[in-house]
Design a protein around this ligand. Structure first.
Ligand SMILES: *Cc1c(COP(=O)(O)O)cnc(C)c1O
Length: 347
């Protein structure tokens, strides 16, 4: 099914066969991988598991994502890069993105000499289904990236819309659900992969699970795509400390979800607070752990906040985002300091 979508050299790829993948079972003496014989108690002298089996088994148990449908990347960023390298022929193929969205899709497309087709969101920052359908039929992108909840708008797109676009799209539809946990009543595209195996879903440990430094992204997809991903990725892309960090995060799943609830409460509170400020033009309702806000003069407010020791993201240069700042939800104290600073501004 996906064979004719893959790059031919990927289809025929002979994977690197690591020492650890040629052997299974238990052995006491490992003299197969030229590792150091000395390594303390954490086992870091040994190469990590290329398949991250333990983490994927826990992902199945805790998150309900079937083992044979998950693969781990060095952050979702690596998953994005790998998808482009697996499916897009440099100098010939294209990806499609909505604008504005997460910047990494186009960066990795550019590093692979793959062109990027932008489809602007509606003025209301919703997905423009008709424009996307039309552009897909006309330009035949190899991958359509849809980010929901979208970064930097915080908007969740109706799943039926995404599914309809994926149906029309003969290539891969990659749904980036990095912020899924922060959205209320979120419906994941994962449940549609069985019906349409050209849908793949991206998840990450960087946001709700608090492990951005570990670099752990999840590719959820049809097992056929999994097999190709495993073959094409760098063999040791997930380090053993990273895999351990992922296991820790899942063993503290309830705590993470409690933190998510706090974050959502603080996000709603910040949204309401921003609406009371005279220089705020519009607060975009967010279902992520950040809020996008339009103000009278974003550059000036950005500099003022910086002077107060607070860094936010100025998104004003992107399409449809004139005079907007994206503010991440922080700790209670950080939010208090932010509100204090915002109160002291009379732009
Ligand atoms: C933060 C973010 C990610 C996470 O990337 P990692 O490489 O897993 O840290 C993925 N997608 C979007 C849209 C994001 O904002």
């Amino acid at each position: 099914m996906i064979d004719n979508l893959l790059n031919p050299w990927i289809k025929d790829l002979v994977p690197y066969s690591s020492a650890r993948s040629e052997f299974s079972g238990k052995a006491e003496i490992l003299l197969d991988a030229n590792e150091s014989w000395e390594g303390g108690n954490d086992g870091i002298n040994r190469y990590p598991d290329p398949l991250a089996k333990e983490l994927r088994r826990e992902i199945e148990r805790v998150m309900g994502i079937p083992y044979e449908m998950s693969a781990i990347g060095n952050g979702s960023d690596e998953v994005i890069d790998m998808l482009i390298r697996m499916f897009c022929c440099p100098g010939r193929d294209s990806i499609m993105i909505e604008r504005p969205t997460y910047g990494t899709y186009s960066v990795f497309a550019s590093t692979s000499n793959v062109s990027v087709i932008d489809v602007p969101l509606t003025p209301d920052l919703d997905l423009d289904e008709e424009a996307m359908m039309e552009a897909i039929v006309r330009k035949k992108p190899k991958i359509v990236f849809i980010c929901s909840p979208n970064n930097p708008t915080g908007r969740v797109y109706p799943l039926e819309k995404i599914v309809r676009i994926a149906e029309i799209n003969e290539g891969i539809t990659a749904v980036d659900e990095a912020y899924a946990d922060f959205a209320l009543n979120f419906e994941s595209a994962i449940s549609y992969i069985k019906k349409n195996p050209r849908i793949v879903v991206l998840r990450t440990f960087s946001k709700a699970y608090g492990k951005a430094g570990a670099r752990l992204g999840i590719l959820v997809s049809d097992p056929e795509i999994q097999k190709v991903f495993m073959k094409a990725k760098p063999p040791y892309n997930v380090s053993s400390p990273a895999e351990k960090a992922g296991l820790d995060a899942l063993s503290e799943y309830d705590e993470a979800m409690e933190r998510v609830r706090e974050t959502i409460a603080r996000r709603n509170e910040l949204t309401a607070f921003l609406q009371t400020l005279p220089y705020v033009v519009r607060v975009f309702p967010s279902e992520a752990n950040f809020v996008l806000v339009r103000v009278s003069d974003a550059a000036a407010l950005y500099s003022y906040l910086l002077e107060m020791g607070i860094v936010v993201r100025n998104r004003s240069s992107d399409l449809l985002l004139e005079n907007t700042l994206r503010i991440t939800i922080g700790s209670e104290m950080e939010m208090e300091k932010l509100k204090e600073a915002l109160n002291g501004w009379n732009g």
